[in-house]
Design a protein around this ligand. Structure first.
Ligand SMILES: [Zn+2]
Ligand SMILES: [Zn+2]
Length: 631
């Protein structure tokens, strides 16, 4: 089970995508050469205030940048390409290969980030082979998934063949007619596959994931029932779904009004590349909405996850400038909410209904299917490739475990697979597979400014501000160790039962007491023979007692406490003081009122459970509609 030396083994190091759905980023390394496979992003979770994007810790890549020979991309979902523009600011990736649609979407992102000249994008067609460094020969094969132009890869390495499935399901009747190239999988299986790295998203779901085509008759039925305007929402990246909706619009004699920047963006790229085929005359600009008969209107919009800034959410809240819901409208949710979005989605549905719309949603309607294979799909993958070793990826822990059990039921011995976490170094060669150590594997957070990474300390402060508010106490203390004026207290964002006056007098009491007890020892000579206060020591002494007071009097909350202590001569002349306190004037008042950072939910669109993938918040301005989607 162990390999003797790291030198003759292939290292597979996932930096993201494990124990989570999102930010899939995988390192392949052998002979001092690194090939990257995908680099996605994930969503902020509750408590990540003001954070738009979550990226994997790429310390390992920064430190080994000289080894990076290139990247291969499997498909264009945000959880696979959304991180690339950010990483290029930190290290070079000489060349990036990927399917055409993924490369077109990535090109847009790099342009927006001003990173276009930092790498070379090379579109690859299925069955093409590319070389990365001297150690990796990568064969692209078409697979089937919820986005068009998705691929699995057969990686020929010095230790043997590794297959990375990318995201997949076996859809034998794909909307675009491009079937999974299972012949190539079987061929590789026949030659001998050293290791299979496979998508675990739906490993808890028995059976096969239905074909995307199965959605068509159900959508058709719902479209037939509508006699007023039709408003349809889905993930913009679900190119096949969008294609079907457009096909049905034609069938039902409806013009299409596209709303939401990501929807417009993906449709434009997919039409360019021929993945969506429909006449230009099908699309009508939104300004013509009022001149079109209700029964000829289909509004295709973002917002299937109840994202706060997405078009459908604004329509539901009656804050959309051009679209107002009215009696007779039918709204179709062709997407399921991921668990974290359920509340936002049901709120949106409620609001739409309250405004008189009929809303069609829910699993029983058959108007959404997953883009990831269930257990029987995963078994077919194992059966075709017959790997010696197995590495489940793209899933939360229980999904990885379940997938490994499925592999065992297919005859792969338990000792031939490892369940790993982000940052684990998997070493594999014909002699065995093992976890050979770890590399740093935390997360990096990018906020709305997009200029930098939000550190854990900043995040903790934001959490404290958002949850418990802030208390600012400013006081001026004379060089005789006595308060020169009543301290000023400002309380923001704290629910309090005590009155401001009472609290202020208690603060004064605490400060007076500390000064009475410790004042003498805090007065020091300033070097000119004059007495001065040791402000740092005073602040430290006050901090503890004031913090205790705040906690006791403000209903056991733990707000951020900002202490502004100003030293002054007994006559009021300000004592020179190089620290933050310097900002306070002799008449103590904080210069600026600290603002509480509001929690800004990400402008996102995600793919629904059971494929809760990722997507992102894009775009230069936060006010604009956004976001491409998910796994
Ligand atoms: Zn994915
Ligand atoms: Zn995907």
């Amino acid at each position: 089970m162990t390999s003797k030396s790291a030198n003759n083994a292939l290292k597979i190091i996932p930096l993201g995508g494990l124990h989570e759905i999102g930010k899939n980023t995988c390192v392949f390394e052998i002979n001092d050469e690194i090939m990257l496979l995908d680099a996605g992003l994930a969503f902020p979770t509750d408590g990540m205030h003001g954070v738009n994007i979550v990226l994997p810790d790429v310390t390992y890549l920064r430190e080994n940048r000289h080894k990076i020979k290139g990247m291969i991309v499997t498909h264009g979902h945000e959880d696979h390409i959304g991180g690339i523009a950010f990483h290029l600011k930190q290290f070079d990736i000489p060349v990036i290969y990927g399917p055409r649609l993924a490369m077109a979407l990535l090109e847009g992102k790099l342009e927006e980030a001003g990173m276009s000249d930092r790498t070379e994008l090379r579109p690859v067609r299925p069955r093409e082979t590319v070389r990365v460094g001297n150690s990796f020969l990568v064969e692209y094969i078409r697979n089937t998934h919820s986005i068009a132009d998705s691929c699995s890869v057969i990686i020929h390495t010095p230790v043997g063949i590794v297959i990375h499935t990318g995201d997949f399901k076996f859809d034998h009747t794909p909307v675009d007619g491009e079937t999974f190239d299972i012949q190539k999988l079987a061929e590789a299986g026949e030659k001998g596959v050293l290791c299979l790295v496979s998508d675990s998203t739906n490993s808890e779901v028995p059976g096969h994931t239905p074909s995307e085509r199965s959605v068509f008759p159900n959508l058709d039925r719902e479209f037939s029932k509508a006699d007023g305007r039709l408003i349809v929402t889905t993930f913009s990246s679900s190119v096949h779904r969008v294609n079907m909706i457009l096909e049905l619009a034609q069938k039902h004699n409806r013009k299409v009004f596209v709303v939401g920047r990501s929807m417009l963006n993906v449709i434009a790229h997919a039409r360019d590349l021929g993945y969506i085929k429909c006449p230009e005359s099908l699309f009508v600009p939104l300004k013509s909405l009022g001149h079109t008969a209700d029964e000829n209107v289909l509004i295709l919009t973002t917002g299937s996850q109840g994202e706060p800034l997405a078009a459908l959410t604004r329509i539901a809240e009656d804050s959309h400038r051009q679209i107002k819901v009215k009696q007779g409208d039918t709204v179709v949710f062709s997407a399921n909410p991921i668990p974290g979005n359920t509340i936002s989605v049901v709120n949106t549905i409620d609001k739409l209904m309250m405004r008189g719309a009929k809303v069609v949603y829910g699993k029983d309607k058959g108007i959404h299917v997953s883009g990831h294979g269930a257990q029987e799909d995963q078994k077919l993958m194992l059966a075709l490739t017959r790997p010696k070793y197995f590495l489940p990826v793209h899933g939360e822990h229980r999904m990885l475990v379940k997938h490994s059990e499925t592999a065992q039921s297919m005859g792969v011995p338990a000792e031939n697979m490892v369940i790993i976490n982000n940052g684990d170094i998997v070493e594999v060669n014909p002699a065995g597979i093992r976890i050979a150590g770890q590399v740093p594997s935390g997360i990096e957070l990018v906020d709305a400014s997009r200029v930098g990474v939000v550190g854990r300390d900043v995040l903790k402060e934001r959490q404290q501000l958002a949850e418990d508010g802030v208390v600012t106490i400013a006081a001026t203390v004379g060089s005789n160790g006595k308060l020169l004026a009543d301290p000023t207290v400002q309380i923001r964002g704290v629910a309090q039962s005590i009155s401001q006056e009472r609290f202020q007098s208690q603060v004064k009491q605490v400060i007076t007491q500390v000064l009475a007890n410790r004042g003498a020892e805090l007065v020091v000579s300033n070097g000119n023979g004059k007495a001065a206060l040791d402000l740092d020591a005073l602040k430290a002494a006050l901090d503890q007692d004031l913090r205790r007071l705040v906690r006791r009097e403000l209903d056991k909350r733990d707000p951020m406490l900002i202490l502004l202590i100003q030293g002054a001569g007994v006559d009021g002349t300000v004592q020179s003081q190089p620290q933050a306190e310097r900002k306070a004037h002799a008449e103590p008042r904080p210069k600026a009122e600290p603002k509480v950072q509001k929690k800004t939910p990400p402008q996102v669109e995600v793919e629904p459970q059971p494929e809760p993938a990722v997507a992102v918040a894009e775009r230069r301005t936060r006010t604009r509609a956004t976001a491409a989607s998910a796994s």
